[in-house]
Design a protein around this ligand. Structure first.
Ligand SMILES: [Fe+2]
Length: 284
């Protein structure tokens, strides 16, 4: 079994250890930095962006239109309870696995960054799901399920705040021999809408849900410490958080999204079965 999370490195390193960041990103699809320079979170993220050669920030039109109170410059604030109505940004709820960019086509947002300003008194751990690894498991053991998840209409994601916004597309897609995902099981995912139209889709989603549980080799859970920042591939990994409680501290995370991939734009963290193929374009 090929699993990216085997012996995953969860300790934080310096933003100036670029080669270490690259190595970890290629091996496990994410890495954790520590703001040892004591910069403001926004300045630290901007330093990371410049040092990494990432282009422009992504900010969704949906959040600009309906959740502007959570936006500060190029980043989003997650954790201002009672200062907005976003179902994950402004609550202590857990958030199931998803990829960022709810209404974007698969592969649009390639790099996600979460900076921890303050963690919760209880709970709030970060969770990761190696969706690509789980999909390869399906390809080998339940190939009919893998086909279902690649159907162009397999996954509908809808607004959770009462608007009509939605996005339909495949949950997984190969492009130039590389595998990308927008697999999601949070409240935006409306899988059941396609169950009657796509053979084996329900079976596929149920298997994936089972794999995305604690104890699975494709599941990772950890607490992000203040001044630590995780950088991860948004188009091969899913992420989420556990619910939390706050008494003396106010949990606050800052999120930045990028169209570009960290490191070599042609590289994507993949399994050895996938050929390396140079490409700077994703989908036409
Ligand atoms: Fe997210």
């Amino acid at each position: 079994m090929l699993v990216r999370f085997n012996n995953a490195e969860l300790s934080a390193h310096s933003i100036f250890e670029h080669e270490k960041s690259l190595d970890l990103f290629r091996k496990q699809g994410f890495f954790i930095l520590e703001n040892r320079e004591n910069l403001s979170p926004e300045n630290y993220i901007e330093l990371f962006k410049v040092k990494s050669g990432l282009g422009g920030y992504f900010q969704s039109e949906f959040n600009k239109n309906y959740h502007a109170s959570n936006i500060k410059g190029n980043v989003s604030l997650i954790g201002q309870i009672d200062k907005g109505i976003h179902p994950s940004f402004n609550t202590c709820n857990g958030q199931d696995f998803h990829v960022d960019g709810t209404f974007e086509l698969i592969g649009t947002v390639k790099t996600s960054v979460l900076y921890c300003v303050e963690n919760a008194d209880v709970g709030g751990e970060s969770i990761l799901f190696d969706a690509n690894g789980a999909f390869i498991f399906l390809e080998k053991n339940y190939p009919h399920c893998a086909v279902a998840l690649m159907n162009e209409k397999s996954l509908v994601r809808r607004s959770t705040t009462g608007t009509e916004d939605f996005c339909i597309g495949p949950a997984f897609k190969y492009n130039q021999n590389k595998l990308y995902t927008r697999f999601t099981i949070d409240i935006s995912a409306c899988w059941e809408e396609a169950y009657s139209q796509i053979d084996h889709l329900e079976e596929a989603v149920n298997i994936m849900r089972d794999i995305a549980q604690p104890g699975s080799p494709y599941y990772l859970q950890f607490a992000l410490a203040p001044q630590h920042m995780i950088v991860f591939e948004n188009d091969t990994l899913c992420h989420g958080r556990l619910s939390y409680q706050q008494f003396n501290k106010q949990r606050l995370m800052i999120r930045a999204l990028f169209y570009d991939r960290f490191g070599d734009a042609s590289f994507i963290s993949q399994y050895p079965i996938v050929n390396e193929q140079k490409s700077t374009e994703l989908f036409s």
